[in-house]
Design a protein around this ligand. Structure first.
Ligand code: SAH
Length: 230
């Protein structure tokens, strides 16, 4: 698999050679230990988060806070999601049969995208703000993440042309989810999204042979899902 974060890919040394994030390995390990204490999380997700240099997804002035369990501003009124949220959403998405292709709605910084790309063969991610998508593209390219297709546009109704998806992960909150999103979900596919306006809850919808199964995963605090291009 052409992904630099896959365990056993031997890319650790090339990352080291490029000087990417090696100085922060200990702070990253500490963050992951904290996350594991806070919530039951998939060990595969924790492994990946131990490797991905989150500080490269925020501006330099905020890099020293990149391994705190907090969301941070990324410009344009948007935020990089809190590490615990990324870990919980990704863990919830992985539960079930293996994922081949996943759609992320709301690329933002591209950090969640990188986490997904290390775990899933094919990731499609859509972002409505062109400048954020361009920055995410640069970081993912520098990290040699090659199994991601980034699209600029409104993903509030998904991206039907590239579906169906085994997983859909929405990183912005909508009061209601467009029915088209569920149509793009393959059988056994999971959709994870924060739903609500003033009060949000993280929800998982699983497509079964007989219909959709819905679970509430907990409270959430996300920026709103907006319509149209940014
Ligand atoms: N996963 C990202 C989260 C960024 S915040 C990260 O951790 O960095 C949510 C993102 O969703 C913002 O970048 C916002 O611009 C984007 N967004 C909001 N509405 C959208 C829509 N309709 N289509 C695509 N992206 C959208």
């Amino acid at each position: 698999m052409s992904n630099p974060f896959h365990a056993g890919s031997g890319s650790g040394s090339s990352q080291q050679a490029a000087g990417i994030g090696m100085t922060s390995q200990r702070t990253r390990d500490r963050l992951v230990e904290l996350l594991a204490q806070l919530s039951p999380l998939d060990p595969r997700v924790l492994d990946v988060m131990r490797q991905i240099p989150r500080h490269l997804f925020v501006e330099e002035a905020l890099a020293s806070r990149a391994y705190d369990n907090v969301s941070l501003p990324i410009g344009h009124g948007q935020t990089i999601s809190q590490p615990l949220t990324v870990a919980q959403m990704t863990s919830a998405l992985l539960q079930g049969p293996p994922l081949r292709r996943v759609l992320e709605i709301g690329t933002g910084s591209g950090y969640q995208t990188a986490v997904l790309a290390a775990l899933v063969p094919e990731v499609v991610s859509i972002e409505r703000i062109g400048a954020l998508a361009a920055q995410a593209r640069r970081v993912l390219r520098d990290l040699r993440v090659r199994n991601v297709a980034l699209v600029v546009g409104d993903g509030s109704q998904g991206l039907p042309g590239k579906g169906p998806y085994d997983g859909i992960l929405i990183t912005a909150a909508a009061a209601t989810l467009a029915p088209q999103l569920f149509e793009q979900l393959a059988e056994d596919g999971r959709l994870i999204a924060p739903v609500g306006s003033s009060e949000q809850a993280l929800r998982r919808f699983t497509r079964t042979a007989t219909g959709l199964h819905e679970e509430r995963l907990g409270a959430a605090h996300f920026v709103p899902l907006r319509r149209g291009r940014g």
